[in-house]
Design a protein around this ligand. Structure first.
Ligand SMILES: NC(=O)c1ccc[n+]([C@@H]2O[C@H](COP(=O)([O-])OP(=O)(O)OC[C@H]3O[C@@H](n4cnc5c(N)ncnc54)[C@H](O)[C@@H]3O)[C@@H](O)[C@H]2O)c1
Length: 397
């Protein structure tokens, strides 16, 4: 089978999507492209051999050959595009963040579900090869029960004016980058586990904008696990994409972009592009092997199209986008109130009433084990707690 796509937008992410869609599964084809300006629509159409280009969003969505609409537009246009695609009975794949807030995202979810069309949330960073390997290790239990997950996306700021204008973008670094980190950490902790509350620090430290350009947040889940997101539009040194996850039996560290094992030294006279948001093209530089694949786009579109063809859901749906938006709403509120803010989820489809993780380890019938360690003189030391009295003591074996 093949998919025929109407691409909405011809900018930064639309081009990554097109490289992926027409690069790896060459049977899939963009049949129409919409862009605000005629020359951009035409340029995109020329570059990707798209037969039809238009400055009318509806014309692209309603193109008779298109089965699925890919939304690669500024955040304030996602809802309008989703509602039009659902009304046209087309499948719809929307970039991140799904909405500017959870209310918008919920309306989009309800519209596609009411129309009965396929919907996918294009969160590429839960499809990177390293993320998928780390997630399967987590899901197979290699690192035990998940206690803490951490994700960082920081760079020197986005590439188009509308991101910096809060009315269009809907927010700052939390909305733009936090959505990735939140879905990464939520996946490690378990997407069926309810995120309960958020504490977030945010500030506008450098850029002359109304939204935050830097934030750090904690999301507490019902199991007691905590997720940490670190986002910035003020970071110097390129695009830092790192994840960490810690369980009762192990730890995983992932570096998707800045240190991938490919290191080059160049004078800078030979070429300009190194990798997305790289700040330098000379000296020691750190390119990425295959940006389209290493950022997850290939696996993401393969998942979406195979799911459409087999009548199943993709790994990421509009429901996921809505949960992520709800967590970000609470984060933005917490940054103002400086309090833990509850996450409002009027629609919740995960587990209910999950109890807190218990990972107590028995030492013997009377004791719990706190810690066992071989010390530098070669002896093994054990620290235990007596169950009845609560007394903590150590012994050398
Ligand atoms: N990794 C990712 O998943 C990723 C990366 C970057 C951007 N995005 C998302 O993709 C969407 C588009 O971002 P982008 O980086 O491609 O932006 P961009 O500015 O590079 O492109 C925006 C596109 O939308 C079109 N457009 C239509 N109406 C517009 C209007 N009123 N104002 C501005 N542009 C208009 C423009 O013609 C352009 O083709 C955003 O929602 C963004 O969050 C996702």
């Amino acid at each position: 089978m093949s998919q025929k796509i109407a691409m909405l937008g011809s900018g930064f992410i639309a081009r990554f999507y097109a490289d992926s869609i027409q690069g790896i599964r060459s049977q899939d084809k963009i049949v129409s492209v919409y862009s605000r300006r005629e020359e951009s629509a035409r340029k995109f159409a020329d570059d990707y051999a798209v037969a039809h280009s238009t400055t009318s969003m509806l014309e692209a969505i309603q193109h008779p050959e298109a089965d699925v609409v890919v939304i690669a537009l500024p955040n304030n246009l996602h809802e309008e595009a989703v509602l039009a695609a659902a009304a046209a009975g087309k499948g719809v794949l929307c970039t991140k963040p799904l909405g500017r807030n959870a209310e918008e995202a919920l309306r989009m979810l309800q519209a596609v579900e009411a129309a009965g069309v396929f919907h996918g949330y294009l969160e590429d960073l839960v499809y990177t090869p390293k993320f998928l390997k780390s997630l399967s290790s987590v899901q197979e239990g290699h690192i035990g029960q998940i206690l803490w997950a951490r994700s960082r996306e920081t760079h020197p700021g986005p590439h188009s004016d509308w991101f910096w204008n809060q009315d269009e973008s809907g927010g700052g670094a939390i909305l733009d980058l936090g959505c990735h980190c939140i879905e990464i950490t939520r996946s490690y902790i378990g997407k069926d586990i309810r995120p309960v509350e958020v504490m977030c620090w945010a500030d506008t430290q450098v850029k002359p904008i109304t939204a935050e350009d830097h934030a750090v947040g904690l999301v507490r889940y019902e199991t007691g696990a905590v997720a940490q997101f670190e986002v910035s539009w003020t970071f110097r040194g390129g695009l830092d994409l790192r994840d960490e996850v810690m369980g009762t039996e192990g730890t995983i560290w992932v570096n998707n972009f800045l240190r991938t094992g490919l290191e080059m030294f160049v004078s800078g006279k030979g070429g300009n592009y190194v990798a997305e948001k790289s700040e330098s093209n000379s000296g020691w530089i750190f390119p990425v092997g295959d940006e389209v694949h290493d950022l997850g786009y290939n696996t993401m579109f393969a998942d979406m199209f195979f799911s459409m063809e087999t009548g199943t859901e993709g790994r990421e749906t509009f429901y996921d986008g809505y949960v992520v938006n709800a967590i970000m709403d609470a984060a933005m509120k917490s940054a103002k109130t400086k309090l833990w803010e509850p996450i409002e989820l009027p629609l919740w489809r995960g587990k209910e009433g999950v109890t807190k993780i218990s990972a107590l380890q028995e030492y013997d019938e009377e004791h719990y084990l706190i810690k066992q360690e071989t010390i530098h003189d070669g002896r093994t030391k054990v620290i235990v707690k007596e169950k009845q009295s609560g007394k903590i003591s150590e012994r050398v074996l």
